[in-house]
Design a protein around this ligand. Structure first.
Ligand SMILES: CC(C)(COP(=O)(O)OP(=O)(O)OC[C@H]1O[C@@H](n2cnc3c(N)ncnc32)[C@H](O)[C@@H]1OP(=O)(O)O)[C@@H](O)C(=O)NCCC(=O)NCCS
Length: 151
């Protein structure tokens, strides 16, 4: 059974190791995850998806600097064996719900222009493309900025 809970510091070695496999070109480091998770429940909302008691199969996180500010989704990933089961959609919904609790007028994310699967998920959850950031992920790797209005 897949369950969801807040990410805690103990999760970070596993998450960082899975991160290296999924985001090969520019994975977040242990130090970056530590910094993010140290603010969990305050300016950050990071969660993990687990199969059974302990196997981490996905994670996601968002930032809202202060109540009433916009929220930014910073990461979302699911390990290959557990994709297409609604895990990312569940975590995305959790991030959006958190943004509502922070009274964010809008929630934003960046996604690689060629990442059609992720864009299909975001569009189906009410996000729309608002701009393009050329070379955001490296030369020739543009980012699409997407947002959803929450008010
Ligand atoms: C993108 C990613 C997070 C999706 O995770 P997931 O758990 O498989 O997604 P879900 O099962 O919740 O899928 C939700 C929707 O996404 C789209 N989608 C995801 N994978 C898809 C696939 N292989 N084929 C077609 N549509 C797909 C569909 O719209 C799907 O909705 P549906 O099931 O109603 O058709 C996952 O593929 C991943 O981790 N990719 C690598 C990291 C990444 O790209 N992260 C996003 C960075 S912005």
């Amino acid at each position: 059974m897949i369950t969801y809970r807040a990410m805690i510091p103990l999760d970070i070695p596993v998450v960082a190791s899975l991160e290296k496999e999924i985001f090969k070109d520019d994975p977040w480091t242990v130090a970056q995850f530590k910094e993010e998770v140290s603010n969990n429940g305050f300016t950050r909302h990071y969660l993990v998806a687990c199969e059974g008691q302990h196997q981490i199969i996905g994670w996601a996180g968002a930032l809202c600097a202060t109540d009433g500010a916009d929220t930014d989704i910073l990461t979302i990933a699911v390990v290959p064996d557990f994709r297409m089961r609604g895990v990312a959609r569940h975590m995305l919904t959790s991030l959006v719900d958190w943004a509502y609790t922070k009274k964010s007028p809008q929630i934003f994310l960046e996604v690689e222009k060629n990442n059609q699967l992720a864009q299909a998920l975001y569009i189906s959850e009410g996000f729309a493309a608002i701009s393009l950031r050329p070379d955001y992920y490296g030369v020739g790797l543009d980012a699409v900025v997407m947002s959803k209005i929450l008010t």
